[in-house]
Design a protein. Structure first.
Length: 265
C-alpha cells in the first residue's frame, strides 16, 4: 500500500496543479473571446502550457513565502526527496501546500486571461464606450448619425441612418440596425441599374463589420425619426462585471492568500 503512494500522489498532484489552472484559463478565455475553430491538439497544448507556467510561477511564489515563514508550507526538498515519507509525516502541512499551490496557480491563470483584451471582429477597438460616443453622445442637436458600413464578407458597403443597436457589453454580440438603407456592391459597374439596392431597415451583426464611417445629417422628412431617443443603458450581468475586472480579482485573491500564509504557521 505504501509503495503505491508516491505514484498515486504524483498523479493527483500533476492533474491538479497542471490541468486545473490550464483548464480554468481555457474556459475563461472562451467566455471572453469570440468563438474560434481550433483543433483538440491546440486546445490541449494551451491547457498544458498554461498549467505548467502557472504552476511554476505559483511554486516560485510559495517558495518565497516559505522562506519568510517556514512553518506555513511544506518543504520542497522533503517532498522531492521522499514524497511518501514526507506526506505520511506531515499530512496537514502537505494538504495546505497542495491547496495553496492549486489556488495560486489557478488565480495566476485567471489573472493572465484577465489581462488579455477580448479580440473584437471587424477592427472595432472600443469595448464599451466607443459605439455610444459615436452614435449617441457626439450627435449634434437636430441631426442624425448617417453611417457607411463596410461588411467583411461579400464585398458590400451599406449606407443608412442609424436606427438602434442592442446593448450587449461585448461588441461582437451587438447588432446594428440602419434605416433608409442603400446597399452597394464594391465591384458594381456604373451601368448596373440594379445597384444600389434599397431597403427600409437592415440589421447587421457587429462581427460582420469591417469598419464604420459616421457623419451627421438631417434625415428626410418622410422617414421615421427614432435616433433622438436617449442612449440605452447597457445591461451588464454579474458575470460580465466579474469578467471585466477578472485580473483585479485574481490579483486580490493572490494577495489575500500570501497574507494568510505569512500569518500562519
Amino acid at each position: 500500500m505504501t509503495s503505491d503512494l508516491p505514484t498515486s500522489f504524483t498523479a493527483v498532484l500533476i492533474f491538479l496543479v497542471f490541468v486545473v489552472p490550464g483548464l480554468a484559463f481555457e474556459l475563461s478565455l472562451r467566455r471572453r473571446a469570440p468563438a474560434r475553430v481550433e483543433s483538440p491538439f491546440v486546445e490541449t497544448a494551451r491547457v498544458v502550457l498554461v498549467g505548467a507556467l502557472s504552476t511554476a510561477a505559483a511554486a516560485t511564489l510559495l517558495i518565497a513565502i516559505r522562506e519568510l515563514r517556514p512553518g506555513s508550507l511544506p518543504s520542497p526538498t522533503g517532498l522531492m526527496a521522499d514524497s511518501a515519507h514526507y506526506v505520511t509525516a506531515h499530512p496537514e502541512l502537505t494538504a495546505i501546500g497542495l491547496a495553496a499551490e492549486l489556488f495560486a496557480a489557478t488565480a495566476l491563470a485567471l489573472f493572465a486571461v484577465g489581462l488579455i483584451r477580448p479580440p473584437t471582429s471587424g477592427g472595432i477597438q472600443g469595448f464599451d464606450d466607443v459605439w455610444y460616443e459615436l452614435l449617441y453622445n457626439e450627435v449634434p442637436a437636430g441631426r442624425r448619425p448617417k453611417l457607411v458600413v463596410a461588411l467583411k464578407s461579400g464585398g458590400y458597403r451599406v449606407s443608412g441612418f442609424f436606427h438602434t443597436m442592442n446593448t450587449h457589453p461585448e461588441v461582437d454580440r451587438r447588432e446594428l440596425v440602419l434605416q433608409g438603407v442603400e446597399l452597394f456592391r464594391e465591384e458594381q459597374t456604373s451601368g448596373d441599374a440594379t445597384w444600389p439596392a434599397t431597403y427600409v431597415r437592415l440589421a447587421i451583426p457587429a462581427r460582420e463589420i469591417a469598419w464604420i464611417a459616421v457623419s451627421h445629417a438631417v434625415q428626410r422628412s418622410g422617414a421615421a425619426s427614432t435616433g433622438s431617443a436617449p442612449a440605452p443603458r447597457p445591461s451588464v450581468s454579474l458575470s460580465d462585471r466579474l469578467r471585466r475586472f477578472q485580473w483585479q480579482l485574481a490579483a486580490a485573491l493572490l494577495a489575500v492568500e500570501s497574507v494568510v500564509l505569512l500569518l500562519a504557521g
